[in-house]
Design a protein around this ligand. Structure first.
Ligand code: ZN
Length: 306
C-alpha cells in the first residue's frame, strides 16, 4: 500500500456549500452553526459566499452572518465569490482567502453564469489580479471536474488545461469539485495524475460529494496520490441541485472518523464535530445523511447485555 499522509487539512464548507443547497434558515441559526464549527478544532472554514441575493437567497445575509460570527484564533475563514462585485464585498468584509469558481464543462458553466468556460477564465484572470492587489489569496475551484450532469464525462486533460491557464494567471491554489458526485477512484487517479504531470507544484484541494456513495473512497485514493487538502461538510449538509433528495457533500465527521482511526491527524475533536452535526439537524429540522452522525464513532460501544 502507498504511504499515506500523517495529517490532512479539512476545510469545513457546511456554512456555505451546505446551506446554499438547503432550504434557507434564519441568520441566527447560521451564526450558531458557524460558531459551533469554529470550536471543533477545524482549521479552515468556508464561511459564506457573496452572491446576488436573487440568485441565491440562502446567502442574502452573508455580511451579517460574518459580522456576528465569532472568529476563533487559528481558524482560517474563506469566502466564495462569483464575480468582481462579490470579490469587493468579500474584501470589504475583511476576507483574505477567497475562492472563485469555473466549470470544466461549457454547458454547466453556461447554465450557471451564462458564459463559456473560456469567457469565465478571462474574468477570473482579472479577479485574481484584483484579489492579489488587495493582499488576498485566490483559489480557483473547477466545478464538474469529474463529470457534468449535462455532458457526462469530462476529459481530465481539459481540466488540466484549465489549471495551466489559472496557474499562469496567478491562482494560489486549485480545487476540483465533484459537483454532482460522479467521481470514482479511477477518475480521481486520472485527474490528479493529469494535473500533476503538468503542474506538479500547485497546491491541490479536492471537493467530493457523496451523491453516489464514493466520497470516502475518492478521498482515500487522493491521499494515496499525496493530496492532503479536502473540503467536507458537517453532517453531509447540502444536496445535489440535479438530483432532488440525493446526498450532498462528503460528511466531515465521516472523513474525520476514518482519518483518525488510520492515525491521520486533522486537529478536529470528533465529539465536538458530531455535536455540531446534531445542531445542524436541529437548525434545519431534517435528518442529515451522515453515517457517523447516526451511529456515533466506533469508540462508542453498545452496553454489554447483562
Ligand atoms: Zn459541494
Amino acid at each position: 500500500m502507498t504511504e499515506l499522509p500523517t495529517s490532512v487539512s479539512i476545510r469545513e464548507v457546511g456554512p456555505r456549500d451546505g446551506l446554499q443547497n438547503e432550504e434557507p434558515i434564519p441568520t441566527d441559526a447560521k451564526v450558531k452553526l458557524l460558531d459551533a464549527l469554529s470550536r471543533t478544532g477545524v482549521r479552515r472554514i468556508e464561511a459564506v459566499s457573496f452572491v446576488h441575493p436573487k440568485a441565491i437567497p440562502q446567502m442574502a445575509d452573508a455580511d451579517e452572518v460574518w459580522q456576528r460570527a465569532g472568529k476563533v484564533d487559528g481558524v482560517r475563514y474563506s469566502a466564495l465569490v462569483p464575480n468582481t462585485r462579490g470579490a469587493q464585498r468579500a474584501l470589504a468584509a475583511g476576507f483574505t482567502e477567497i475562492e472563485v469558481v469555473v466549470s470544466a464543462s461549457d454547458t454547466h458553466n453556461r447554465r450557471n453564469v451564462n458564459r463559456s468556460t473560456e469567457e469565465s477564465l478571462d474574468d477570473i484572470a482579472e479577479l485574481i489580479a484584483l484579489l492579489h492587489d488587495a493582499g488576498a489569496t485566490a483559489e480557483v475551484i473547477v466545478a464538474t471536474s469529474f463529470g457534468c450532469p449535462y455532458e457526462g464525462d469530462v476529459d481530465p486533460t481539459r481540466v488540466a488545461a484549465i489549471v495551466d491557464r489559472v496557474v499562469r494567471d496567478g491562482a494560489d491554489r486549485v480545487a476540483f469539485g465533484d459537483t454532482t458526485g460522479m467521481g470514482t477512484p479511477r477518475r480521481v487517479r486520472e485527474l490528479v495524475t493529469a494535473v500533476r504531470d503538468r503542474n506538479a507544484q500547485v497546491p491541490v484541494l479536492l471537493h467530493f460529494h457523496n451523491t453516489r456513495g464514493t466520497a470516502l473512497a475518492n478521498m482515500l485514493t487522493a491521499m494515496e496520490l499525496g493530496v492532503t487538502e479536502f473540503d467536507a461538510s458537517v453532517g453531509g449538509l447540502g444536496g445535489c441541485p440535479y438530483a432532488p433528495g440525493a446526498s450532498g457533500n462528503l460528511a466531515t465527521e465521516e472523513a474525520v472518523h476514518m482519518l483518525h482511526d488510520m492515525g491521520i491527524e486533522t486537529g478536529i475533536d470528533l465529539d465536538a464535530l458530531i455535536e455540531a452535526a446534531e445542531l445542524a439537524e436541529y437548525l434545519l429540522d431534517k435528518k442529515l445523511p451522515s453515517g457517523v452522525l447516526r451511529a456515533g464513532p466506533r469508540t462508542r460501544l453498545t452496553p454489554r447485555p447483562s
